[in-house]
Design a protein around this ligand. Structure first.
Ligand code: PRP
Ligand code: MN
Ligand code: MG
Length: 179
């Protein structure tokens, strides 16, 4: 276990098992719809890579980078588009892939944007959900795991850009972000 991690909350095996299940369900949901699967960078990149390998129907992918946290542990409430999509979403069934929903601000902003651009439908799959953090009313269509109110990192989730590469979800030692 990485030295800055206090406790492993969700193991690599549990995560991979859940992604297989999500892939099966989404393969049924999106059969014959050729969805545009959108990865919300940076946090969702590892989930995206593992998830699409488990979706067995034709799809296209695109990537968008947004950020609301910066180097802080709290959402700033301001969602910045760092990199926009390359493709148009007009008339498309869009599947938004997120690593985590906390306040819900990032996704509510993104859904509104994609709907305004003429997406035919927007579906959200998130691997993690932290309902205790919500400041807007937003639920994912598909959720992997519900997390407690702790500062977690790993599997794409960062603290000041670190720990994204951990294959599990861990609780960060408080002295790391309070010092
Ligand atoms: C994190 C996470 C989600 C968002 C969730 O991204 O990856 O995208 O925050 O929080 P919210 O529901 O309160 O909006 P972040 O802004 O840290 O950027 P990153 O993905 O590049 O780490
Ligand atoms: Mn993110
Ligand atoms: Mg982040």
């Amino acid at each position: 276990m990485q030295n800055d991690i206090q406790e492993i909350l969700i193991s690599e095996e549990e995560i991979q098992g859940k992604i297989k299940e999500l892939g099966e369900v989404l393969s049924k949901e999106f059969a014959d719809r050729n969805p545009l699967v959108i990865c919300v960078l940076k946090g969702a990149f590892i989930f995206m890579a593992d998830l699409v390998k488990n979706i067995t129907v034709p799809l296209e992918m695109d990537f968008m980078a947004v950020s609301s946290y910066g180097a802080s542990t709290k959402s700033s409430g301001v969602v910045k588009i760092i990199k926009d999509l390359d493709q148009t979403v007009e008339g498309r069934d869009v599947l938004i892939v997120e690593d985590i929903i906390d306040s819900g601000l990032t996704l509510s902003h993104l859904i509104e944007l994609l709907q305004n651009r003429g997406a035919k439908s927007t579906t959200v799959v998130t691997l993690f959900d932290k309902p205790s953090g919500r400041s807007v009313n937003l639920e994912a269509d598909y959720t992997g795991f519900v997390l407690p109110d702790a500062f977690v990192v790993g599997y794409g989730l960062d603290y000041a850009e670190h720990y994204r590469n951990l294959p599990y979800i861990g609780i960060l030692k408080p002295e790391i972000y309070t010092s």
